[in-house]
Ligand binder design. Structure first.
Ligand code: NAP
Length: 306
């Protein structure tokens, strides 16, 4: 099969589209023919080797963690699935090796959700990493309807799902974004402010939770209500300095099911910035790395599936 691969850590130039054996299916895994893959900042961080201290890489490594496609192979004990099922999954393992930017990927069934026909593979692939991280971050704060939340990085992939989930729970949200994304953040259900205005005096002691999904974690104590909490997905100081939560995605089919259902019922909107065919993977990664588009960058691996 064709797979995007890199054999040492580094920049975009380390990746090439090459041949690789189709993976075997483990006893509780399915083999997925890949339709669409959404890119995430961590794909770049892994390729650059920044994550080496907590994750081993086996070269040549295939990048990509999110996938939507069709089941073409079953393990010995995979009763939830049949060949031909449309599915979506997060394909993170204990080590970086067989990612999703390939024609086929093997994924443990505990990470795989079914996909109704009403949800496209391209929309679905935006959900696993960003959507589940947003859902689990929001849950961790345990906010009640009527609470106030500040979302730092509300226009990003994780931030925009979190804003929608919070607003749907009756939480009043203020979200930070750059000037170009202010109206977008408003459309998600939050009051938009510029990143640099997050600590404005009018927000003093206001927020029951501050979610850190973008930029550096600033000194948010002044805007936290008494008993307010801080949730971060990229800075452990949320835990060590603020006594809040440092969230690391714990992928599972149940949370992914919940997100797919919300998209199907139009309670949750996805945001795709650009879609590229597989052979334009370089332009796709460039768009992600240069942050040229808002919204997810998606690579369409198999035209006939999407
Ligand atoms: N712990 C985990 O399991 C986990 C899971 C997923 C992601 N992550 C990490 O979380 C981060 C966000 O991921 P993502 O996919 O949402 O990225 P993304 O789509 O690139 O979003 C980045 C966000 O940061 C905002 N931003 C830029 N400059 C900022 C500033 N000075 N202050 C505040 N916000 C600023 C951007 O807003 P504008 O574009 O409007 O300026 C945008 O909202 C990445 O570092 C990623 O690696 C961690």
């Amino acid at each position: 099969m064709k797979a995007l691969q890199y054999s040492r850590f580094g920049g975009l130039g380390e990746m090439r589209l090459d041949d690789r054996p189709v993976p075997k299916t483990g006893p509780v895994s399915v083999l997925i023919r890949v339709g669409a893959v959404s890119l995430n900042p961590v794909d770049v961080q892994l390729r650059e080797g920044i994550s080496q201290k907590y994750l081993d890489t086996v070269f040549p490594a295939v990048p990509g963690l999110d996938v939507a496609g069709v089941v073409v192979g079953l393990g010995a004990d995979t009763p939830r699935f049949a060949v031909g099922d449309r599915v979506v999954a997060h394909a993170m393992r204990d080590r970086v090796s067989d990612g999703t930017l390939a024609e086929y990927v093997e994924v443990p069934t505990r990470f795989v959700s079914h996909l109704p026909d009403a949800v496209s593979l391209e929309d679905a692939t935006t959900l696993p990493l960003a959507g589940q991280t947003a859902l689990q971050s929001v849950r961790r704060a345990q906010l009640q309807p009527g609470s106030f939340a500040l979302v730092l990085g509300a226009s990003g992939a994780v931030g925009q799902f979190a804003v929608q989930l919070l607003a749907s729970q009756g939480v009043t949200v203020v979200g930070t974004a750059s000037a170009a994304n202010q109206e977008f953040v408003r459309s998600l259900g939050a009051e938009p402010v510029l990143h640099e205005d997050a600590l404005d005096a009018r927000f003093a002691s206001r927020f029951d939770a501050v979610f850190h999904f973008g930029g550096t974690l600033v000194a948010v104590s002044s805007v936290l209500a008494e008993d307010g909490t801080v949730v971060s997905i990229s800075d452990r100081r949320a835990l060590t300095e603020f006594g809040g939560h440092s969230v690391w995605l714990d992928p599972n089919a149940s949370d992914l099911d919940e997100l797919v259902q919300a998209v199907m019922e139009r309670r949750l909107q996805t945001d795709i910035g650009a879609i590229y065919p597989f052979d334009q993977w370089r332009t796709a990664f460039d768009a992600l790395e240069e942050r040229r588009v808002r919204g997810k960058v998606v690579i369409r691996v198999a035209d006939d599936l999407v």
